[in-house]
Each structure stands twice: as structure tokens, then as C-alpha cells.
Design a protein around this ligand. Sequence first.
Ligand SMILES: Nc1ncnc2c1ncn2[C@@H]1O[C@H](COP(=O)(O)OP(=O)(O)OP(=O)(O)O)[C@@H](O)[C@H]1O
Length: 304
Amino acid sequence: MNIVADGLRVDYGTVRAVDGVTFSLDGGKIYGLLGRNGSGKTSLLSVLAAFRKQSGGTVRVGGRPVFENADVTRDICLIRDAGETVDIGTAADALDFAEWLRPNWDAEYAHALMDRFALKRNANVKAMSKGQRSALGVVVGLASRAPLTMFDESYIGMDAPARYAFYDALLADYMEHPRTIILSTHLIGEVSSLFEEVLIINRGRLLLHERSETLLARGTSVTGPVAAVDAFTTGLTVLNTDRLGPTKVAMVYGDLDETSRRKAVEAGLELGPIAMQDLFVRLTDPDPATLNAPVPTEPAGEVR
Ligand SMILES: Nc1ncnc2c1ncn2[C@@H]1O[C@H](COP(=O)(O)OP(=O)(O)OP(=O)(O)O)[C@@H](O)[C@H]1O
């Protein structure tokens, strides 16, 4: 299920939450949607799921506009923080409702997931703990098998073992039933290995859309004597530096070719990878000095 957004805007009165976002997702992949608090992730996903009409721009899912278009929306499932199931009665009622709503619903799989997350079918949803409600949302999201499935921090209330069970289930089910999945998360370290592509949204704008491996390949830590690190990183985009006595670590963003890498090693420097979480933190750093630095990226992805 491909998704094309063009100049998408979401306004709440005078607050512009999504500010002219343009991207094209081929679909059939797991996408990570990253952004700091208040950056516009939920607003963007709400528009993709037709929970809300955009204030400007267009969005097409599978080539069709989504808002008030039941043919498309039944193929789109957005699970928000505690799921959409709170007012519905028991967990079993929530599953029945999802079965009625979702053409690809897999009841057997839903029941297996209920057992996996130790959820009781006769439990009143309102009386469930936050983590249990989150897990119920995850069950609904996975068993819906919607061609476009989005989890908006849905698993944030779940404890670590339950979250890891979710990641395992998601990957296994996605391999068996490929579809378009978007995960919005702050737990980047935990889930980044699932992402094939990443979109980073910052203050309502799309900062970058890249294949994960391209993004990761652009980050390099350079460690060594202060003078050597300074000489090597002159002219490069340095996202952050740390110093420990005579040793300095610089976080460099950009493509380093083989010659540069060889020169670094010859200068006694150590080059290493940077975790996606660290790149995210630095790329969305509100420090004006960092934000104003040029971010050299190829148009392999999309950079705003
Ligand atoms: N219903 C609303 N009325 C007014 N402003 C809103 C509303 N919903 C969101 N906003 C504002 O829009 C901006 C984007 O919010 P949004 O919830 O989309 O961000 P987010 O990236 O999902 O944040 P978080 O990671 O904290 O959940 C914020 O400034 C927020 O205060």
C-alpha cells in the first residue's frame, strides 16, 4: 500500500502541527516515524488514517484520497497509545468489533496473541492496566492485518518483556503477511533494527526520509587525539563532540569515502558506527548551532 503525501498541513487553530510535509512511500516495508515530543507525528498519522482531515495539501493511500473514503479506510489501521478500545466493554467485545470492522481479521491469531500477552477475554477494558490496554491495542493492530498498519507509540505502556514479545510477533507476522507498517516511537534503540526506512519529523517538517542503512552509513564516530580529530573533521558536518582529557570523539554526519577512511586510520584515528538513536538526538538537536549546520545528504532519500 503506497502512501504519497504532498505539502501536507495540519493546523489546530493557530498551531501548525504539520507544516508542508511531502514524501512518497512505496509500501510493503516497515517504516520508522521519529520525532521529538510535539513534532507532529500523531497529527500526521491521524491524517493518514483519516481520523482527521488535513488543513492543506494532499494524501493518497494506494492511489486514493483517504478522508471519508470507506473503501480505503477499512484497509488502514491506526493504533494509538492505549488502542481505540477503551469504551467498548470487555476485551472480547473489542476483538469482536475489530473482526466486524477488519476484512483481513485473523481471529485465531488474535486469540494466540491474547494468550501471549496474558490478556483475559472477559476483562473489562476500562479496568485494565495501561500496559494491558496497550497490549490489547497491539493485538488488534496485528490481527487486523490491515494493508496499512500504524502503531503510534501504542506499546509505550507495555513492560520490556511484553514490548520485545510485540517486536518479535510483528516481525514474524510481517514476514508471513507482508504489508505496510509504520511505527512511531521514542524507543528507537529497541526498534530501529526493524525499520527499513526512517522518516524524521522535526517541528512539523520532514527532516529526512532515508533507508535505515543509508542513514546509519552517514554517521561515523571519530575518536583520537584532539588535534588529529580536529584536523580530520575540518570541513565535515560535526553533530557533536565529547572530550576526555587528550582524547576527543566527534560525531560526523555525511558520506566518508574509502580515501578519507584510510587517511583517518593513518592519522591514528578510530572510526566507528553511530546508533540511530544518537543520530536522531543530534539531528533534531534544538541547539541552533547544530541545526544551522549543513546536513549533506544525497537525494537517495528525501531531505527537507
Ligand atoms: N487537539 C489539539 N489541539 C491543539 N493543539 C494540538 C492538538 N493536538 C496536537 N496539538 C499540537 O500540535 C503539535 C504536534 O502534536 P502531535 O501530538 O502531533 O506531536 P507528536 O510528535 O505526536 O508528539 P508526542 O511525541 O509528544 O506524542 C504540538 O504542538 C501539540 O501541542
